[in-house]
Design a protein around this ligand. Sequence first.
Ligand code: TYM
Length: 337
Amino acid sequence: MSADHTPLVFSGMQPTGNLHLGNYLGAMRNWLKLQSSYRCVYCVVDLHAMTMEFDPQQLAKASREVAAAYIASGVDPQRSVIFVQSGNSDHAELAWIFNCVARVGWLNRMTQFKDKAGKNSEKMSVGLYTYPVLMAADILGYRATHVPVGDDQKQHVELARDIAQKFNNDFAAPGFFPLPEPIITGPATRVMSLRDGKAKMSKSDPSDYSRINLADDADTIALKFRKAKTDPHPLPESEAELEGRPEAANLIAIYAAFQEKSRQAVIDEFRGAQFSMLKNALADLVVAKLSPIADEMRRLLGDQAELDRQLREGANKARAISGPIMEEVRRVVGIGR
Ligand code: TYM
């Protein structure tokens, strides 16, 4: 078995509500760039969305919306594989096999479970606990070598590496599964809430003012930036002065990411100015970037039959990659027929 794997990019997003600026800047923008150099597989992870309370009536709709957001943002179904996770049952089967590889101690260290469960861990679903194992199956089921994600998913990709390594040691050969690398790059790998610069921008924040959704209209975007929390000082003159000013750092990072500039270049542009200047410029910039995406999303969702056809085609392509890998996996663990 060769340890050299053909590079393959895999990533996914949960259909649990609106995609927001954090998803876009932290992950999706890197997905788009990778399409020109790598084989890319981008998944709407509906099985992951079942790990917390969910509404079955909404799940299929939310999955279509996320798929439409991928395509509207520039993920090209001709170049990249786009599909819904449940459309390829290899994910669930490999997750079970990996449940028998991963150790309880490894999962006990996952900070996202602790964050999501809080004091209620006993009442959480077992699915939420083993969520990172399903994520490892998503990645390794395609022998993916690169995983573009936001900063919050780093620990999960590291767990996928640990699972790959243990599987290789216990059942197969050193190169059977690649050890996937997270790709976490850009000035906005961790976009923060607009209401609290110390909290991550998140779909689950009860305040819609905490985030900019990809589907927000121009007035809503401008209003959310206007209401964004700031501090009483003028904008800084240097990166060092951002220390202890999380809200300023966040707005500057968002601006830098959209302009494809460094944080220092943005600081140079706004040094000493009032926050309102930056907020107005941000609103204009973000509206200009996001409104064509929102329009295209609406257009794609208007033709559900065509979107579903593209997703079925994507699932067929996904199975064509994972199928032969799963046959090898079954054989090495002794369940192949
Ligand atoms: P999810 O759906 O929470 O988020 C999707 C992607 O968006 C990134 N992200 C952020 N980046 C910067 N700032 C933020 N505030 C922010 N919020 C979210 C996430 O890091 C992620 O890249 N477990 C994954 C989904 C998943 C997956 C996978 C990812 C399932 N299987 C296999 C990669 C590979 C998740 O919940 O992402």
